[in-house]
Design a protein around this ligand. Sequence first.
Ligand code: GLU
Ligand code: ZN
Length: 323
Amino acid sequence: MYDGGVSSRRTTRLAPSPTGALHLGNARTFLLNWLLARQRGWRVLFRMEDLDGPRVKAGADQQAVDNLCWLGLDWDGPVTRQSDRGEAYQQALRELIDAGWAYPCTCSRQDIEQSSSAPHVEDGVAVYPGTCRSRWDSPQQAREATGRPVAWRARVTDRPISFDDAFAGRQTYNLSRTCGDFVVLKNDGLAAYQLAVVVDDAATGVDAIVRGADLLESTARQLHLRRRLGLDGEVTYWHLPLVIGEDGRRLAKRHGDTRLATYIEAGVPRQRVLGLLAWWSGQIDQPREISLDDLLSRFDAAAIPHEPVVFTTADNRWLRGVD
Ligand code: GLU
Ligand code: ZN
């Protein structure tokens, strides 16, 4: 039975962002999430993370649902949408503000980039230098003084945040060095990913989160917000390695068209797609067609490799049946 709120069952969620079509890398993460859940009897929710206004692509939300159904995945209860949850995010923001953990910010990306004191972490994103920490008495004042729309940032501390990832092992981040005070409400009035995820996971009793290793640092931000909001339930995280191209970079458009929808349109059978994803996940020792039932019955989480998976031209040829 679906219960939109908390449940005594372990609960996970499939949470696609409809900012583009699902590619084979996303599909693999969702498949592994589903296999873990169904093998262990977890409840599976489906949440559409459709908050990223300008980047949300028309039709991509329905396509994500259709693609995951095509793979054979299912979930318990209706698809929920973050775009319907604005009030809950505002409420959480008010709690952060009242407790002194959030403040208004009018800095543009350029201001932050140009701030000479802003160190740059590896992916080129500047650490927010805290310019607006004690700069404004109110969002009105910030808006009037700068003529700019106001975002809200959560304060971080200079203390390490650690967690034990069930797949990736012990992790430690110091947010003052990796990102600095980070945005929780964007200047278009929409909740930022970090806040929305924390509020929704808590409201629906999510306690098992399976996602790509690119979100490890986000987990530290989310744990920080959970603590500030007094959400202290235990969550188990599984951060799985990404699928990369032969050039070592994360699977993306530059690697050609790896959208699931494209393979579906080309008539590639579902069992073949599942076969490649299963092989990438250490579940079979060479690519071959496999049914979802067969994959579920033999699924062994311990066999998932810890290194990134490389999507090769040979894989693509096999998938398309051109060998
Ligand atoms: N919506 C995110 C994505 O598709 C996943 C967020 C999460 O699992 O917390 O990358
Ligand atoms: Zn600022």
